[in-house]
Design a protein around this ligand. Structure first.
Ligand SMILES: [Zn+2]
Length: 392
């Protein structure tokens, strides 16, 4: 193989500047694994999982410095509050079982601490507000358990926030939804609008006192999936101080694949949460012929666009590796340096790439921490449930 100068430069950069990935669904993969069934030790992250996309050897190969793990719970499944706690617990068991690799990270400054210790900063994110069961109290328990980012909803609208992939129910974000955002601000938890409808994202930007992120979303202008970010929201990130974090989900990258999937499933439909996403795609292909493939180069197009609209200070990476289909060139967590190599070929400076790798996110997270400290001095915990918020 010829010597790849850009790849060598990307690898050298990511050895100096930690790479932070804002979204990985490995905890759910471990939960539904036929053998492990949620047992982290039995799953054995220390070995390469050829069938999967995330394990310790390839996190190391990919030079990952900080990882947000999703404590995901499906909206429609029974026991959402219990499931959220079980998935937070699973991530904490990952940190304990591999204490030599993962540093339990609860503050932005833990990323540098992890680097000095030769470890990967491990952050907990809750994906899906369904686990609140319409109460503010779980937010404080999630915070106490270590959660530092919350994706407000998943593929379905809730009583208080509208999903990008479902019919609106809450006018974007209603009074109880604003109380959720306010309490996340007070606790110093990053508010994540990735799955929120475009109107809901605008309402969250109106309501929040701290930077927000779209932890795994691309540009709507290049691929019209409703999960991708509209230009007006991207522009508002400049004032808010937040980030859009480019994601590897093939159907959010490639318009051709998006159209193919929409024809197969019905336009606007979200990808269902299935036990085996690769088998689900294979089944569609058996009926309809081969699907168009999304590529690393197309993802780089999104990043170029996101930087153009949101600004270089407001873009990061949120892979959404989830054990499913991935773009050509980004098949597993070991491939991150190849994405940065492509961005080098596109003319990005090392300063710009360091911002995308982690500096932008860590700046936003430090601001979320500062706002939280200030709000905790100013006001006590917000109490109540949905029914206590008139008009909600
Ligand atoms: Zn997601």
């Amino acid at each position: 193989m010829r010597h790849d100068k850009a790849l060598a430069q990307a690898s050298a950069l990511l050895q100096r500047v930690p790479l932070l990935d804002a979204h990985n669904d490995l905890p759910w993969v471990i939960r539904i694994d036929q053998q492990a069934r949620g047992d982290v030790v039995a799953y054995d992250l220390a070995r390469v999982h050829q069938q999967g996309d995330t394990d310790i050897p390839r996190l190391r190969e990919g030079l990952v410095g900080a990882q947000f793990w999703a404590a995901f719970q499906p909206t429609a499944a029974p026991h959402p509050a219990r499931t959220a706690l079980e998935q937070i617990d699973l991530i904490r068991r990952m940190e304990e079982a591999h204490a030599d690799v993962f540093l339990p990270a609860r503050r932005a400054s833990d990323v540098a601490k992890a680097r000095r210790a030769g470890k990967i900063a491990s952050f907990i994110a809750v994906e899906g507000g369904v686990g609140l069961e319409n109460s503010l109290s779980p937010l404080r328990i999630w915070h106490a358990a270590g959660a530092r980012l919350m994706t407000l909803c998943h593929n379905e609208s809730l009583d208080w926030v509208d999903s990008a992939t479902d019919a609106p129910r809450a006018g974007g974000l209603n009074a109880f939804g604003r109380a959720v955002v306010g309490e996340l601000n007070r606790l110093g938890i990053v508010v994540d609008c990735a799955h929120v409808s475009h109107e809901g994202q605008r309402r969250v930007l109106d309501a929040t006192a701290a930077p927000v992120v779209l932890s795994h979303s691309n540009a709507l202008a290049l691929c019209d999936h409703p999960r991708n970010a509209a230009d007006d929201v991207l522009k508002r990130l400049k004032d808010n101080g937040g980030l859009v974090m480019a994601t590897f989900v093939p159907g959010f990258i490639s318009q051709a694949l998006r159209d193919w999937l929409a024809r197969s499933r019905g336009r606007g439909a979200a990808a269902p949460v299935v036990a085996d996403p690769k088998a689900a795609l294979a089944e569609l292909e058996a009926q309809r012929g081969p699907a168009p493939r999304a590529t690393l180069e197309q993802l780089a197009d999104h990043i170029v666009y996101l930087v153009r609209i949101a600004g270089i200070d407001h873009v990061g990476i949120g892979s959404d590796f989830f054990g499913g289909a991935q773009p050509l060139g980004l098949e597993h967590v070991g491939r991150f340096p190849h994405l940065f190599a492509e961005l080098i070929r596109r003319g990005f400076s090392e300063v710009a790439l360091a911002k995308i790798a982690s500096r932008n996110f860590l700046r936003a997270m430090r601001e979320v921490e500062r706002v939280g400290e200030r709000l905790r001095r100013e006001r006590g915990p917000a109490l109540g449930r949905l029914e206590d918020y008139p008009g909600a």
